[in-house]
Design a protein around this ligand. Structure first.
Ligand SMILES: Cc1cc2nc3c(=O)[nH]c(=O)nc-3n(C[C@H](O)[C@H](O)[C@H](O)COP(=O)(O)OP(=O)(O)OC[C@H]3O[C@@H](n4cnc5c(N)ncnc54)[C@H](O)[C@@H]3O)c2cc1C
Length: 466
């Protein structure tokens, strides 16, 4: 028996036939992620139906020193769930469902393979609210959200995924099961081990279950699309909104003029509520009704911003349908592959005070280096998170990706920002990790990886090597 035959034989012994796919049984969806940037040939796909099956599969891979790529919904944008040729793919799709909703403790226990949208709907059905929300909600899984410490649209009010996780169950590279399904908000008994796995992009362990924090449902929300007078008004408008809306502020999404006109002129169905489409827009969402901001306070806020010259216009959504239409302008980023290819996209963080200067500098630098480059800017600016999309007309083969990467990340470094705000490092940002983390921080990451996965079998080549 060859080494590879004996490996598959051991996997089959551990899992049985129904949790293992090999050869032609492996469907194309396991071979490429959302970006479709590359296609691989895994040696096997394991689809465990229990924590014990995850453990059994990892014990075999650990014993054989065989690399494993962990896959959730595969919507990650840094190539971390894209397997390499010859890997075992571990798909969490069958470890799916809500185990318990505890209304008294205001939390829910879910399997890692549960789609985010299903988690949101289950919380809502229990009269509660799960606070992480992002465009890929229908496809991404809660385990992937935890592994990437996902952010999204509500961070300004509720924090990132890390803030929503009370407990975790994780299987280590050698198959050890660590069950820590804590439900308490306070638990300072020694190291908070779960924090290591949140945002570790599957490099330290496989998340199988999680206890998630739930919040009171925002009873009523109001969406407002605002036109800023100029980009420098953004920071003072944010300060004004924060101080007047307080905890009622649910979202503060900024769209620079090029982005806003692209979305309202080129994406069918999107319409600007303003006379002009080349405006710098802020999409504001606030909790209103009994538990939120009174309507007259919201109107007062907008009037004071108009009087102060921060805004030139503001449109308050008059219905749920109109609010959805405003959000669609911001969320139409999924149209880029169709309308803006070839392009490079970036997710970076910057100190809020520097965001506008960064945008102006980068725009002029790109225009100087690549005369026909078009760049669009938008983001969760209340959380310091800027997204950048750069398009250069021409065939994909000659697209100057490396030059654009270097221009963006050098400037991020110069402004003391982060090369990854919410998407992680994966493989695509690995060369730039040292721009945002010190040598001492990187050394600690290596020590942790070495301790938990000495054979480097989990998501080999992602984030960090030692
Ligand atoms: C249209 C669109 C909009 C998006 N918007 C946002 C946004 O606003 N904010 C944001 O943060 N992200 C956003 N993303 C990125 C992506 O949706 C998130 O990173 C998401 O959290 C990934 O979840 P997933 O289940 O698809 O994970 P995958 O892509 O399958 O995996 C991502 C990483 O997590 C690991 N992983 C997955 N499951 C597990 C597990 N159970 N245990 C251990 N490791 C695991 C994988 O190995 C990989 O390293 C967006 C993506 C798209 C396509």
């Amino acid at each position: 028996m060859s080494m590879s035959d004996s490996f598959i034989h051991d996997l089959r012994q551990a899992l049985g036939d129904d949790q293992l796919l090999v050869h032609e049984q492996i469907e194309p969806r396991y071979k490429t992620d959302w970006s479709k940037a590359s296609v691989c040939e895994p040696v096997a796909v394991v689809r465990p139906r229990s924590t014990e099956a995850v453990s059994a599969a990892l014990k075999v891979c650990h014993a054989h020193g065989h690399p494993v790529t962990v896959q959730g919904g595969m919507t990650g944008l840094v190539g971390a769930s894209q397997a390499n040729d010859g890997d075992v793919v571990m798909s969490l799709e069958f470890l799916n469902g809500v185990q318990e909703i505890d209304a008294t403790a205001s939390c829910m226990t879910v399997w890692a393979g549960t789609p985010l949208q299903l988690v949101q709907e289950a919380a809502q059905a229990a009269g509660l609210y799960f606070a992480v929300d992002l465009g890929a909600r229908g496809s991404c899984q809660v385990g992937g959200n935890i592994a990437t410490n996902a952010g999204g649209n509500r961070v300004i009010r509720y924090g990132m995924m890390r803030e929503q996780v009370l407990g975790l169950e994780v299987v280590l590279a050698d198959g050890t099961i660590v069950t820590s399904l804590n439900k308490m908000l306070k638990n300072n008994a020694g190291y908070d081990v779960k924090q290591l796995f949140i945002g570790s992009e599957g490099t330290l362990g496989v998340i199988t279950r999680a206890v998630l924090r739930l919040h009171a449902m925002p009873t009523e929300t109001t969406t407002v699309l605002c036109a800023l007078a100029h980009q420098d008004a953004m920071v003072s408008f944010l300060r004004r909104v924060r101080s007047m809306a307080g905890p009622s502020l649910l979202a503060f999404e900024v769209m620079w003029p090029d982005f806003f006109s692209f979305m309202t002129e080129r994406v069918p169905g999107n319409v600007s509520p303003f006379e002009r489409s080349d405006v710098m827009a802020v999409l504001l969402e606030v909790a209103t009704g009994d538990a939120g901001l009174a309507n007259d306070v919201l109107e007062g806020l907008l009037e004071s911003a108009l009087d102060a010259g921060e805004l030139t216009d503001a449109a308050i959504a008059q219905s749920g349908k109109q609010a959805d239409a405003f959000w669609r302008i911001r969320d139409s980023v999924s149209e880029f592959p169709l309308l803006f290819a070839p392009y490079a996209s970036f997710d970076v963080s910057l100190p809020i005070q520097s965001v506008c200067e960064f945008v102006t500098t980068l725009k002029s630098q790109l225009a100087k280096d690549m005369a026909c480059a078009q760049s669009l800017f938008f983001g969760h600016i209340g959380d310091s998170n800027l997204h950048i999309v750069v398009h250069v007309p021409g065939p994909r083969q000659t697209f100057p990706k490396d030059a654009i990467d270097a221009a963006v990340y050098e400037l991020v470094k110069q402004y003391h920002g982060s090369v990854s705000a919410e998407h992680g490092i994966g493989t695509r940002k690995k060369p730039w990790l040292g721009y945002s983390r010190s040598p001492a921080e990187i050394e600690v990451m290596k020590v942790i990886k070495k301790a938990l996965d000495p054979g480097q079998i989990l998501n080999r080549g992602r984030v960090i090597d030692f």
